[in-house]
Design a protein around this ligand. Structure first.
Ligand SMILES: [Zn+2]
Length: 130
């Protein structure tokens, strides 16, 4: 076994960094230092150009509803929805719009993200802009 094969990644993973930022109420995403594109989910390499150089920048929190699915209540779980939001930052994010009634007329509506601290771990959820 070569020494290289036993090396372990010792840094904080992008996922852990993302979650620790959310814990403090700050939603940050990665922006590639080579091509300039922003990306999400957190990852070690830019999905556009494969660069491993990036910085953490604030998520704009603004997006448009692309698609949704309404899921009915089951035993201990209340009804909820799963949404796909086209973010101003240039990627699509999967999330939920708590308490919102979504129908086909909702497609294209402006949404605003917020950090949901009631969830463990915290997550980004969406509602209508204030
Ligand atoms: Zn890139």
């Amino acid at each position: 076994m070569s020494e290289a094969s036993v090396q372990q990644y010792s840094g904080e993973s992008p996922e852990a960094r993302f979650l620790s930022e959310l814990d403090t109420g700050s939603a940050k995403i990665q922006q590639c230092s080579s091509c300039g594109k922003k990306f999400f989910q957190p990852r070690t390499h830019c999905p556009h150009c494969s660069s491993e150089h990036y910085s953490w920048v604030p998520l704009t929190m603004a997006g448009v509803l692309h698609s949704f699915t309404n899921l009915p209540a089951q035993r201990e779980r209340a009804a909820y929805n799963v949404v796909l939001v086209d973010m101003e930052d240039g990627f699509r994010m999967m999330s939920t719009c708590p308490g919102m009634e979504l129908d086909m007329h909702s497609i294209g509506m402006q949404l605003r993200g917020r950090v949901d601290h009631d969830s463990v771990p915290p997550r980004i959820v969406f509602g209508t802009p204030a």
